[in-house]
Design a binder for this molecule. Structure first.
Ligand SMILES: [Zn+2]
Length: 480
């Protein structure tokens, strides 16, 4: 295969909305989906004479993320004003830590097809969101509900060379931040936003090409699409001997292409100045120790524990860990029923099928973890067999009734009474004398057929384990 003449280099900037109750510098609620401009006040609208008040919950969450991302933490917390003109920016500047990030030089380990890759993190910092233009009936207005919402920005150096790598990183970062409770990272609601810096350089070169910044990417698939589109666009310019202009572009999801927004030459000089109303304050080492001590089990650690201690397959462990609601459900079932492999099987096959069919997630599963544990217990104790268990799961899913209640109501208890079982077995042996003769002559393969007949006769209620035992005994008697 011919080597491609160009190598792609990608850096990612991710903004996530911190899961705080209120905005970064005022007491306005930080909620999604409200009517435009119901959550604004003189502070977040930047009126004269108001003072920002730093939200300590936002600082706490940002430090949590920076520590989990293995960053060096700055000795002081400092903010700048970044000046630019925009109609969605009431103050005329944004408060940001871009120049003095609270965390830098960290990394995140990600699992790419079973191999752990370490992705460097250049910096992690706090900043505030701006308002945004929204369409109200026939007019466009600016909604300031989002102005002043605390954001965390996580920046990587240009280290990715394919869209697949970039996507794997974004998924791992999203999962980590969800585990930490730092952000819900919902791309579709704008609480996670991705920007990609993409440039091409001759294969094997260390030089950096002119980079294009792609904004407005609304999905992980969009990130992969934007990277692929830029690779083609920039390569064809370079191939034709033309320079790639340094510019900011946006991803057009409908057209599946990037389109120019503004060139970097025209970009404003932001004139960063220290924010006079938020003087730099030291970050106490004890505070960091406390946050570090309270970090939850992180996704990769949990995955490793599921494999080494619970005996799950790497595939099952990864599937469970990568869905926060599923992982929580799994842990909850396990606290009532100990066989992890069995629980994982039920969750990833039968329960998943039911959820998919109903278009629901593990977070709003109608069968509670306790009810599922109860069901597994019934199967394990032999009160019902596996097949009945699966039927009951479906019924419990549809009706919301607990499996134990359903067993009672339908008298589904498995039949363990040896006398009753022997009755069915004798009946089958009488009906299938020819098969019995085959068995006696050494064709032991027909044993399964006879078990099946007994199960059928009992309408599925017989305990298959006991049927096996008693049938062997009965056949031995017949043969003698
Ligand atoms: Zn406010």
């Amino acid at each position: 295969m011919m080597q491609k003449p160009w190598e792609t280099v990608i850096g990612l900037e991710v903004h996530v909305q911190l899961a705080t109750d209120t905005k970064a510098f005022c007491d306005c609620p930080a909620v999604f989906g409200a009517e435009p401009n119901v959550h604004s006040c003189p502070i977040c609208l930047g009126q004269a004479g108001t003072l920002p008040k730093l939200n300590q919950q936002a600082v706490e969450l940002a430090l949590r993320a920076a520590l989990a991302l293995n960053c060096q933490i700055a000795p002081t917390l400092a903010f700048d004003r970044k000046h630019y003109e925009a109609r969605d920016l009431p103050k005329g500047y944004q408060i940001t830590q871009w120049r003095y990030p609270l965390g830098k030089d960290g990394y995140i380990d990600i699992d790419v097809e079973g191999k752990i890759q370490r992705i460097p993190i250049r910096q992690v910092h706090l900043e505030e969101d701006a308002g945004r233009a929204v369409q109200v009936v026939d007019r466009e207005i600016i909604d300031f509900n989002r102005a002043g919402i605390p954001l965390l920005e996580v920046v990587t150096p240009p280290v990715f060379t394919t869209g697949a790598e970039a996507r794997a990183y974004l998924e791992a970062l999203q999962l980590l931040l969800r585990y930490l409770g730092v952000s819900d990272c919902r791309i579709e609601e704008g609480s996670m936003r991705c920007e990609a810096n993409i440039s091409l350089r001759p294969q094997g070169s260390d030089a950096m090409g002119e980079l294009c910044e792609i904004k407005n990417i609304g999905s992980f698939r969009g990130v992969v699409g934007a990277i692929a589109y830029e690779e083609r666009r920039q390569a064809s310019l370079l191939q034709a001997g033309q320079p790639v202009p340094r510019e900011t572009r946006r991803w057009d999801e409908a057209r599946q292409e990037t389109v120019p927004m503004r060139s970097k030459e025209q970009a404003a000089d932001y004139q960063y100045r220290p924010e006079p109303d938020l003087p730099a304050q030291p970050i106490a080492p004890e505070r960091l120790e406390k946050i570090k001590g309270n970090l939850p089990e992180l996704p990769l650690e949990r995955q490793a524990r599921y494999i080494s201690q619970l005996g799950l397959s790497p595939q099952a462990a990864k599937e469970i860990v990568s869905d926060l609601a599923l992982a929580a459900y799994f842990e909850e079932v396990l606290s009532h029923y100990r066989s992890a492999v069995e629980v994982a099987n039920w969750l990833l096959t039968d329960l998943r099928a039911l959820l998919n069919q109903a278009g629901r997630s593990y977070a709003d599963c109608p069968v509670s973890p306790v009810a599922l544990a109860e069901l597994l217990e019934l199967v394990q104790q032999g009160v019902i067999n596996q097949t009945m268990g699966k039927e009951l799961l479906g019924e419990s899913f549809a009706t919301g009734q607990s499996p134990a209640a359903l067993v009672k109501a339908r008298q589904l208890q498995q039949v363990n009474d040896p006398e009753k079982l022997k009755g069915w077995i004798d009946e089958v042996l009488r009906q299938h004398a020819a098969v019995v003769a085959e068995y006696q002559s050494g064709k032991t393969k027909v044993f399964g057929f006879l078990v099946g007949q007994v199960m059928r006769l009992s309408a599925g209620a017989a305990n298959p384990h006991l049927v096996n035992q008693l049938l062997r005994q009965a056949l031995a008697r017949h043969g003698s």
